[in-house]
Design a protein around this ligand. Structure first.
Ligand code: FAD
Length: 645
């Protein structure tokens, strides 16, 4: 059977044309408005309370809409966004080092290896400057310089210092800002907050998204909830690999359920492998820890020149070290983008020059920076990250270099959305990491927070208004046949999971799935490996439905049941990721196909054949997905072989 079929091409019909600097302004002006008195009659469901969902819910409520907000944590402020460490980009040019909206736009299109839309990225760069003002007004304590001005630092893929930060806790501080704005609206009665509720299905009425089916994770109660529009801000799916830097709860269920109901899933194979994570230390691990990219501002990456050199780093002299990023990429040095740094680390380890017991590690060394700036200065910038490293590894990074290795971190793929952030299902909007929109095949560091907040504070509130103003909708309730069916599907699935009553834990399946994905759909992919992975995933999925053991019932708190539902969705997503990676016969950004590389081992794109977004349509379980191509056109940044040399 074919792995996929090809359908009609698609286009982003909402994207305005004309000079790129005017497009967002024009779209905003041309968008319909809702009269303030009518807004309170309209309801929007927002699934997710991270930076994207939290900012969207707070802003929509501030505008006067009625918002119903959902998350599976016990508090909106526990969303995974809280883990973000290093910073958030903005084209403020406070340093006067040559930054501009155009440069951020250029860096991002190039950084994404020319696989993103120019219009979207330009809008992101424009809006980036408003985000910082908004967050400062909320009281977000960004780091400041001695004179009181906001401080910035460098992140990969840029030669300017445009990354605003709050020590190593930028996500936490930004989320507290969004959370306070959200809480204010909860207090005013404009947002109904539903914590510990998991969306398990989308309700579509007359072709439009009108609601969701949720399970109360404490009581087990399943209900249908309705609105005039639904926004998914449910985050990324890196946990399909089991081991990743994501919070353990991160999953694909909300977007996958929407995909099964007709929302196209775009570029699922684009995964970001972050170069600076604490290496895997054994089979016992269920999660990996990121060491922020900001550390590459001052840390120097190296391995011994000689293979198998097991001496302590202190005993390896300067002339015996290979600062390979500085050597291969002298212009960007240690601050090359993540895809490039990760592959370089893999290459030196494959050559037998990796460090640590497993040989899967490289050094990130702060000795020079400590000598130059003093320990106090390093402590002030990165203290909490150093402490975290020491607690996990038992090694003091002020004294010995950190050991780092690439790990799964972020997913550039997600539900396909148009310029208005609307999916292929009318009335279903998708924001933040859950959509595919702005980063192409590789995300530059500190751009996820920027995108999540751009979507939530500035883009979505305009585009949802246009949708709501254009479509007066009938009232629906739980007796509508579409709702009855959606709810029955959820109940049936829960019963099926409980009924298997097999002999293997959910986690054991998840771990095995993750191993298949890491080996064949991770840092390097090949046709043979991907075909093997698809067969293995299918076989393991079959076993899952015959042997999984989900203890307890659906009547109350049951974490095994929650996990089982998520892993069942990961199985389906994993297969689509491999099909997407297999069909994309080129290398671009984080998608590195062994068959397509330059003589120097860099990613080799094929713009003639693959300069498109791959938007996948679900057909039926076990049936091949349908590929719709959206052509990418570049008017402002001419696609070239990316070079950071
Ligand atoms: C360790 C780490 C450090 C990072 N550091 C940075 C950084 O310095 N700079 C940067 O730009 N990016 C960074 N990132 C990336 C960035 O943090 C994320 O991409 C971003 O926070 C995602 O935000 P989000 O709002 O889209 O989703 P999330 O913050 O993941 O929020 C998802 C929300 O959806 C809810 N949800 C999901 N599914 C369901 C469901 N089925 N039902 C109900 N609710 C649901 C969850 O409860 C949660 O509230 C980092 C990522 C990691 C892992």
């Amino acid at each position: 059977m074919d792995l996929y079929t090809e359908g009609d091409p698609i286009a982003d019909t909402k994207a305005p044309d004309g000079p790129i600097e005017t497009r967002w302004e024009r779209r905003r002006f041309e968008a319909k408005l809702v009269n303030p008195a009518n807004r309170r009659k309209l309801t929007v469901i927002v699934v997710g309370t991270g930076l994207a969902g939290g900012s969207a819910a707070a802003t929509l409520a501030e505008q006067g809409y009625r918002v119903r907000s959902y998350c599976y944590q016990d508090s909106p402020r526990r969303a995974h966004s809280i883990a973000a460490q290093g910073g958030i980009n903005a084209a403020k040019n406070y340093r006067n080092d040559g930054d501009s909206v155009h440069r951020l736009f250029y860096d991002t299109v190039k950084g994404g290896d020319f696989r993103s839309r120019e219009s979207n990225v330009h809008r992101l760069a424009e809006v980036s400057v408003n985000i910082i003002d908004q967050c400062v007004a909320q009281g977000v304590p960004f780091a400041r310089e001695y004179g009181g001005l906001l401080d910035t630092r460098s992140f990969g893929g840029a030669q300017v210092q445009r990354t605003f930060y709050a020590r190593g806790q930028t996500g936490q501080q930004l989320l507290l800002g969004a959370y306070q704005a959200l809480e204010r609206q909860i207090g005013l009665g404009n947002v109904e907050m539903n914590t510990r509720h998991e969306m398990l299905e989308l309700i579509i009425v007359d072709g439009r998204a009108r609601g969701i089916v949720v399970r109360d994770m404490v009581t087990g109660e399943i209900t249908c909830e309705f609105a005039d529009a639904v926004v998914l801000a449910s985050g990324g799916y890196g946990n399909v690999f089991y081991l990743s830097t994501n919070a353990k709860g991160c999953n694909v269920t909300a977007t996958w359920r929407a995909h099964r109901k007709g929302a196209y899933f775009a570029n699922p194979c684009y995964t970001q492998i972050h170069p600076t994570c604490i290496p895997v230390s054994g089979d016992h691990q269920s999660k990996l820890t990121l060491m922020s990219e900001s550390l590459r501002n001052d840390g120097r990456v190296w391995v011994p020149k000689a293979k198998g050199d097991a001496r302590s780093p202190k005993d390896i002299g300067e002339d015996e070290r290979d600062y390979y990023l500085e050597r291969i990429y002298p212009s960007f040095g240690n601050l090359v983008p993540r895809d490039i740094a990760s592959r370089a680390a893999k290459n030196v380890c494959d050559e037998g020059r990796g460090v640590g017991q497993s040989g899967l590690g490289v050094y990130l060394d702060f000795a020079d920076a400590i000598n130059r700036l003093g320990r106090k200065a390093i402590e002030a910038k990165y203290g909490n990250l150093f402490e975290m490293y020491e607690r996990i590894t038992g090694e003091d990074p002020y004294e010995v270099p950190m050991r780092i290795y690439p790990a799964v971190h972020y997913t550039m793929g997600g539900l396909w959305v148009d310029y208005d952030l609307q999916s292929s299902i009318p009335g279903l909007f998708v924001i933040g990491e859950a959509n595919f929109s702005d980063h192409g095949a590789n995300r530059l560091g500190a751009s996820a927070l920027m995108q999540g907040l751009a979507d939530g504070y500035f883009v979505l509130p305009n585009t949802v208004a246009h949708y709501l103003a254009s479509h007066p909708l009938e009232k629906v309730d739980a007796t509508h046949p579409a709702a009855v069916r959606a709810r029955a599907d959820v109940e049936d699935r829960i019963q099926r999971l409980l009924a298997v009553d097999g002999d293997r834990t959910v986690d054991s399946f998840h771990r095995e799935l993750g191993q298949i994905m890491w080996e064949h759909c991770g840092m390097e992919r090949s046709e043979a490996g991907l075909r093997k992975a698809i067969d293995e995933i299918r076989a393991l999925r079959e076993q899952f439905w015959q042997r999984v053991k989900v203890p307890g019932s659906g009547e109350g708190l049951n974490q095994s049941l929650e996990k089982a539902g998520r892993v069942a969705d990961f199985f389906e997503l994993a297969e689509l990721m491999c099909v997407d990676a297999l069909h994309r016969e080129e290398s671009c950004g984080g998608h590195f196909r062994a068959e397509h590389q330059t003589p120097e081992g860099e990613a080799e794109r094929d713009d003639e054949r693959f300069a498109y977004v791959a938007a996948w349509e679900f057909t039926a379980t076990g049936e091949p997905a349908v590929l719709h191509k959206e052509d990418l056109n570049f008017e402002y940044v001419h696609p070239t072989q990316r070079s950071y040399k």
